[in-house]
Design a protein. Structure first.
Lengths: 529, 427
């Protein structure tokens, strides 16, 4: 039986309660009759032979590109950059797709006699990956062959000697990227494309860039005009990255892009109920859910977090394409949307969503309040093509515990941002104007970014900017079950229950509002007509 | 007359200390050295002395330290028992040319007050707070009114004060504002003692009365580019921000807050907790005076920076290695005298009157108590922050007809408490 597409359910009297993610736990909520629930499609079948698909893609590139083997020459400088720990989510079971692809690229390089090869984790301003995380992403063979010799490096956006400025785009945007990558004879970029936001020119122009370059598209204006981040043709962020990518190409940076898509098989068998629609839960699913929920209620939050963070996803690859950046990305988007797109008719007054324990920036860490806002308003709100799921002036209701908690190793500048900046103002433009330079140039944050496992000092501001479109557009944001002080600090309204939140939302959108619940993850992109 | 009296009763001091250590400051008030009694009014020590009837008299941190028996033994030779505490005083002069006028008493008992001629070098230089003759002259030893057996103190129906100690209160100034002049003078002196250069980054540790007044004084007399304040309680955070703090942090956030303010590097533990700053603040005002606060000041001041001890310290155990290695200056700031300000040399009390008015410091007076409820008053003062209060005062106005005449203009401006219950409404 072929997998079923996404589905929009209209809640009626017989509809069972709806599962809401709630951090390291769940809530079971009964939505008012007439509400809609947008369910993701079922997972597409994976490639039958992923390794063969990789080899095929390398030798049958799309767009204006020769096969990889034809680009590899003895004596050349080859750099392989790859997506960092922020992808995929949850981390996938071994072998990770990066391992499959990089092993194939290295086999081809070895066959061609290429011996100057360096691997670079494309961190941008994210934290450095630990050895365990690198080993998981690349596999033991690659890690052991490169890391001990200093040939597996992590991009350092604050090392002037390791950066090169290649010019300005026609819009005056600095393009400054990793020197080794720019000056190699061939740069192979290995993507895992879990969402439509990633890949294309964004891979190199963002993943290997410096703050000087990133600030041109990671800013309030650009993000207010990225509608949505999943729709690159209507996203200023992507338009800027595309300009930069074309400048890279014109500057002579030779990129061989490899993009891979995954299906929506996100959760292991013990969490199978997360992949299903509630009314289709089997007895085993119901037992699994209730026992999980009961166990989580009795588990200390830190332990619950460890349990969830150790989850490895059984993702299967659905496509691999390689070659010229833009042509590759077009194919990738087709494959992604084939899996994730769900047609939805019309907008809603109130959009509800349950946020899980994980976002791209808290792998092996706590999801702090800023990341809750970013995941809800930056990512989930943007899971649309066409029009947002919620109407302009509507209300977004988010379910998440939103603890006033931070990981001081991963997120040191987040603590200061939350305690100093958000205590004074939540206004995006004012924050950008008054605080961005301070956070971006603080020597301690730079030191921790370069030597420890800290996100760059400016990163919390970027996460706040990520909410720009939603904050500009929505009439209100309510967080259910969150730490009230933390919620208020961000300028949102706390509610104890969904019923309370819906009542509060009516003050903004009026009586008898339409309600739509985004039943994710697994991820979906709503194609709103 | 009625007076609260501290007597030299070692067993009661010991009991108060044990109670304070076990159950917290102020808890030994019932078994300590303070008692309410009827005593003879103090004799006038000389012709330039006058009788003063207190209207309001504040309870200060140093008073609490005395009642908790936590004060340093250093003070033993410069106080005389039995003494009536209370050195934050607004009262009415009962005799002489200023009879019936309201005054604030400047409590320092300097050479002039003691009838010593010529004055000591410190007094001659205007630095009366560090008078070298506080155990000599016409009256017995005592560093201030409120610690000298011959002068009495504010926690009573009457005291005596030398004319050099009296500062007339403007008619438009309320009693509550006037009672804040003495702590404001301490804060003004401390703020200036830090010699903050415009653009320097400053930290104030502690947001009790003295800390809050220091914030106000720094904003008036210095131009720090950034002023970070540590405040423990909600009321303190509120007033700290209102009086001019740029950033108010909880005690546990001090290191992170100063690092953020200065942009300095820091040494952190494996868990990410900040353990030591590489640089730090230019000047740190310690308005607590405990071993912990002095250690914290040393941890957040920059190399070559200055720490001003504003709160009264006692015997403390502090690691001075950072003071030595980072060449930090530790400066004491006690009382008041004469200050050098851009417009010239001025008495600290004159500056303090202006500060109280300009910063509206009367709002820090949170609770009034009659003398006979002194145990509650002291407990309240010792627990002020947690109870949402700042300055607790004794209110001695109720039975004083002279006050009604003298303070009529100011009295009309504010509501006068009528009974004990009402007196405590803000408590």
């Amino acid at each position: 039986m072929s997998p079923r597409p996404g589905f929009v359910l209209e809640v009626d009297r017989s509809t069972p309660p709806t599962l809401f993610w709630h951090g390291e736990g769940f809530r079971f909520e009964r939505l008012p009759e007439g509400s809609r629930v947008v369910y993701p499609p079922e997972p597409l079948p994976g490639l039958t032979d992923a390794d063969a698909a990789v080899r095929h893609a390398l030798e049958h590139p799309v767009g204006d590109s020769a096969p990889l083997s034809a680009l590899l020459k003895p004596g050349m400088r080859l750099t392989i950059a790859f997506d960092d720990v922020s992808l995929p989510l949850p981390p996938m079971r071994r072998p990770d797709m990066r391992q499959r692809v990089i092993e194939a690229v290295l086999d081809a390089a070895a066959a061609a006699g290429v011996d100057d090869v360096v691997l670079i984790a494309a961190l941008a301003l994210h934290r450095r990956m630990t050895d365990d995380e690198l080993r998981h992403a690349l596999g033991d063979r690659v890690f052991d062959a490169f890391a001990p010799h200093g040939l597996l490096v992590q991009h350092d956006a604050e090392d002037p000697a390791a950066l090169v400025h290649l010019g300005l785009t026609e819009e005056g945007e600095d393009v400054e990227i990793n020197r080794r990558a720019a000056e190699s004879d061939l740069l192979v970029y290995v993507n895992i494309n879990l969402s439509a936001m990633d890949g294309g020119h964004k891979s190199v122009a963002t993943g290997l860039a410096s703050y000087r370059s990133l600030k041109h598209h990671h800013n309030v204006r650009t993000l207010q005009h990225s509608r949505s981040l999943m729709d690159r043709h209507h996203s200023e962020l992507h338009t800027s990255n595309w300009r930069m990518g074309r400048l890279l190409r014109n500057a002579g940076v030779k990129i061989f892009q490899i993009e891979t898509t995954l299906n929506l098989d996100m959760f292991p068998s013990q969490f199978a109920f997360l992949q299903k629609r509630e009314w289709e839960w089997s007895l085993a699913d119901r037992a699994g859910f209730h026992s999980t929920r009961l166990a989580l209620e009795r588990t200390p939050p830190r332990l619950a977090r460890q349990i969830f963070q150790s989850m490895r996803s059984p993702y299967a690859p659905t496509s691999v394409q390689a070659g010229e950046v833009e042509a590759v990305h077009d194919v990738t988007l087709e494959n992604l949307f084939r899996q994730q797109l769900v047609p939805v008719e019309g907008q809603t007054d109130i959009l509800t969503m349950g946020l899980p324990y994980l976002c791209p920036y808290n792998v092996n860490s706590v999801m702090n309040p800023i990341l809750v806002a970013c995941l809800g308003l930056g990512y989930f709100f943007n899971l649309y093509r066409g029009r947002p799921l919620v109407r302009e002036g509507g209300v977004c209701i988010i379910s998440h515990p939103t603890p006033w908690a931070f990981n001081p190793v991963h997120h040191p500048s987040y603590i200061d941002f939350f305690e100093q900046v958000l205590a004074e103002t939540t206004d995006l433009v004012e924050i950008e104007k008054r605080y961005e330079q301070q956070f971006a140039t603080d020597p301690w944050y730079i030191h921790l970014y370069r030597t420890s496992y800290a996100y760059h000092g400016v990163h919390p501001l970027y996460m706040w900017y990520w909410c720009a479109h939603a904050l500009d557009y929505l009439g209100g944001v309510i967080i259910v079950g969150g730490d009230r002080a933390a919620v208020r600090r961000m300028g949102f309204k706390p509610a104890s229950t969904l019923a309370d939140a819906l009542e509060m939302a009516e003050d903004v959108v009026g009586r008898s509002p339409s309600i739509t619940h985004l039943h994710a993850p697994p991820l979906l992109v709503a194609d709103v007509s | 007359m009625r007076a609260l009296l501290v007597e030299r009763l070692p067993h009661r001091f010991a009991a108060a200390r044990v109670a304070a250590v076990v159950a917290g400051s102020g808890s030994g008030i019932g078994i300590g050295p303070l008692r309410l009694g009827e005593i003879e009014p103090p004799e006038l020590p000389g012709p330039r002395w006058h009788r003063v009837t207190p209207l309001l008299s504040g309870i200060c941190g140093s008073d609490l330290a005395t009642l908790d028996a936590k004060s340093s033994r250093y003070f033993e030779d410069i106080v005389t028992f039995p003494f009536v505490p209370g050195h934050e005083i607004v009262g009415v002069v009962r005799d002489g040319p200023q009879a019936d006028r309201r005054v604030v008493v400047e409590p320092v008992l300097s050479c002039t007050v003691r009838g010593i001629e010529p004055p000591c070098p410190s007094c001659a230089d205007g630095r009366t707070g560090v008078c070298e003759r506080i155990a000599f002259g016409d009256i017995r030893p005592g560093l201030q009114t409120g610690y000298c057996a011959d002068t009495g103190g504010g926690w009573s129906d009457e005291l005596v004060a030398h004319e050099a100690q009296l500062h007339l209160v403007p008619d438009e100034m309320s009693d509550e504002a006037a009672v804040m002049v003495e702590p404001a003078a301490c804060a003004t002196h401390a703020a200036l003692a830090g010699q903050v250069v415009p653009g320097e980054r400053v930290v104030v540790l502690g947001s009790g009365t003295l800390g809050l007044c220091t914030i106000a004084a720094l904003r008036r007399h210095a131009l720090p580019s950034a002023l970070l304040v540590v405040a423990k309680y909600r009321v303190q955070r509120h007033f700290a921000a209102e009086l001019g703090a740029d950033d108010v942090v909880a005690p546990s956030e001090l290191g992170r807050g100063v690092r953020r303010m200065t942009g300095t590097l820091a040494l952190a533990s494996a868990s990410g907790a900040i353990e030591r700053l590489a640089g730090g603040a230019d000047v740190v005002y310690d308005c607590v005076g405990s071993a912990r606060s002095i250690s914290e000041a040393l941890a957040v001041v920059r190399p070559g920076g200055r720490i001003v001890l504003v709160g009264m310290p006692g015997v403390v155990r502090v690691d001075l290695a950072p003071l030595w290695q980072r060449e930090v200056a530790l400066v004491g700031a006690y009382a008041y005298g004469t200050e050098s300000v851009p417009e010239g040399s001025r008495r600290t009390f004159a500056l303090a009157f202006e500060l109280v008015e300009a910063a509206g410091l009367e709002r820090l007076v949170s609770a009034h108590y009659p003398l006979d409820r002194y145990e509650e008053a002291v407990r309240h003062a010792a627990d002020a922050g947690r109870r949402g209060s700042v300055k607790v005062v004794f209110d001695l106005r109720r039975d004083d007809p002279a006050w009604r005449r003298a303070a009529a203009p100011a009295a009309r401006k504010r509501r006068r408490p009528r009974d004990d219950k009402e007196l405590e409404t803000s408590a």
